[in-house]
Write a protein that binds this ligand. Structure first.
Ligand SMILES: *[C@@H]1O[C@H](CO)[C@@H](O)[C@H](O)[C@H]1NC(C)=O
Ligand SMILES: *[C@@H]1O[C@H](CO)[C@@H](O)[C@H](O)[C@H]1NC(C)=O
Ligand SMILES: *[C@@H]1O[C@H](CO)[C@@H](O)[C@H](O)[C@H]1NC(C)=O
Ligand SMILES: *[C@@H]1O[C@H](CO)[C@@H](O)[C@H](O)[C@H]1NC(C)=O
Length: 426
């Protein structure tokens, strides 16, 4: 409390210059814009000198290809080096914590394994410290720019394959010590929370929002000259997240899946963490399901929708598509049956019509936006909740409590309606 008063006093006395002190210790969350790349359907934020990093909700590390010749390196016995090696990328040989430093052969220089989850490639490169930037926020506007140090891995430019044009790395957002939310929490003295509101590209394009440090979170209403709506974090439903050993991703503890209130018959342990589980992932543009879950799930959707007569040939990558001229079309979408992910404590994580169906206007068809996983690797989730299903939803991940707060953004608002006008006091 005393420190806070002192900070405020110092801020006021320094009011002629930009008040950066609040950023140093005053604990303001940071906000950044989230752009959906139309080519790859991946999400990026301009975190490194205004250059975009790809957001990876299941990634444990931040890496960039911008290390210059004089970048600092860590010693192998540094605790950050141990943290960088906590989660080992799939199919990457273990090669220790580092190697002899070219400058000083008696020094062991820490290396990390930056991983590109979209191409599947992994590299070995220096663990370094760099500067990232975002804006402080009160949940309504960006207030003032903030630069902060972050432990990141260097990476060669070849690791950028399959990332959006212009992206210079990946920002891991998972529950690890070196993920972006964890590092912002330590440098800004804010709660270890990540709030995501991903944008839906389409008619009204615009940026969504990520807030590091937690809510409040306001967006403008979609009506012309829209004013600020309510704090959307007041209406969240909370559930404990599940975790898998040696895996920093966020798992939803789903007990059963129901379509139109009927339980989908699934293999006994498919939804448990040993049998695969249900994870959030910004790597997949659409929710993808393992074959043994996908088949009964789409059969249930097809039956419960009652639209068999309007079915049209599949439009890749989707299977269940219907002639949209015949579907009910309302403000809440095509009135498809609700998909309930049944959670403990009688709660549901529900995917409604707006998030279950995609309109492919060029074909005049609407499809259920779910896909079958191509190949399933051991240990991978049985269901990955993908980007489309997270869009226009407020998802607040609390890394300390391992809790998720979630809510659909009301239909008269959108994640792309955040007021990005700078409202700072200089
Ligand atoms: C801060 O917000 C302003 C206004 O939206 C934006 O122009 C600027 O790029 C942001 N800065 C960072 C570092 O994201
Ligand atoms: C949760 O979903 C199940 C299955 O559809 C349903 O029976 C139950 O009523 C739902 N509970 C709530 C609180 O909506
Ligand atoms: C949808 O139905 C209309 C009316 O019968 C028809 O003209 C159109 O070709 C159909 N579209 C598709 C994609 O089947
Ligand atoms: C957006 O924020 C700015 C700065 O606080 C404010 O002046 C403006 O009125 C806001 N826009 C709307 C539509 O409320």
């Amino acid at each position: 409390m005393a420190a806070l008063l002192l900070a405020i006093a110092l801020c006021i006395s320094a009011s002629l210059s930009p008040c950066t002190l609040a950023a140093a210790g005053g604990g303001k969350p940071l906000v950044t814009a989230v752009t959906k790349d139309p080519a790859t359907l991946l999400y990026t934020s301009p975190l490194k000198d205004k250059h975009p990093l790809v957001l990876d909700l299941a990634g444990p590390l931040i890496w960039t290809t911008t290390c210059d010749a004089s970048h600092p390196t860590f010693e192998c016995h540094h605790h950050e080096c141990a943290h960088a090696h906590r989660y080992h990328p799939p199919s990457c040989p273990h090669s220790g914590y580092g190697k002899a430093d070219d400058e000083d052969r008696f020094r062991c220089k820490c290396t990390a394994h930056p991983h590109n989850p979209f191409s599947g490639e992994t590299e070995t490169d220096d663990l370094t410290r760099t500067t990232l930037s975002a804006n402080a926020t009160d949940g309504k506007n960006p207030l003032y720019p903030v630069s902060f140090p972050a432990v990141t891995s260097c990476a060669p430019k070849s690791l950028l394959a399959k990332l959006p044009a212009g992206a210079i790395g990946v920002a891991g957002l998972a529950n690890s010590r070196l993920s972006l939310p964890a590092q912002v929490s330590r440098t800004q003295k804010v709660p270890k929370k990540l709030l995501l509101c991903l944008p839906r590209s389409g008619v009204r394009e615009g940026d969504g929002v990520a807030i590091f440090g937690g809510g409040p979170f306001f967006t403008l209403t979609s009506v012309v000259g829209g004013e600020s709506g309510p704090d959307l974090t007041l209406d969240l439903t909370y559930t404990n997240l599940a975790a898998k050993p040696h895996n920093p991703a966020y798992y939803l503890p789903v007990k059963a899946i129901a379509v139109g209130k009927s339980l989908v018959p699934l293999p006994a342990d498919a939804l448990t963490s040993t049998g695969g589980g249900v994870a959030f992932s910004t790597r997949a543009p659409y929710t993808s399901l393992r074959h043994d879950v996908y088949r009964p799930f789409v059969n249930a959707l097809d039956a419960a929708s009652g639209w068999k007569d309007f079915k049209v040939p599949a439009v890749k990558p989707f299977e269940l598509c219907y002639n949209s001229s015949f579907l009910p079309n309302t403000r809440v979408g095509h009135l498809a049956p609700d998909i309930d992910f049944v959670l403990p404590d009688g709660k549901n994580y529900t995917i409604g019509s707006l998030d279950s169906m995609i309109d492919l206007d060029d074909f005049r068809v609407a499809c259920f936006a779910f896909v079958e996983m191509k190949a399933h690797k051991t240990g991978a989730p049985a269901v990955e909740i993908g980007g489309f299903q997270m869009e226009n939803n407020v998802l607040q991940f609390d890394l300390d409590k391992m809790q998720l707060g979630f809510a659909r953004v009301p239909i008269f608002m959108a994640c792309s309606n955040f007021n990005f006008t700078l409202a700072g006091h200089y």
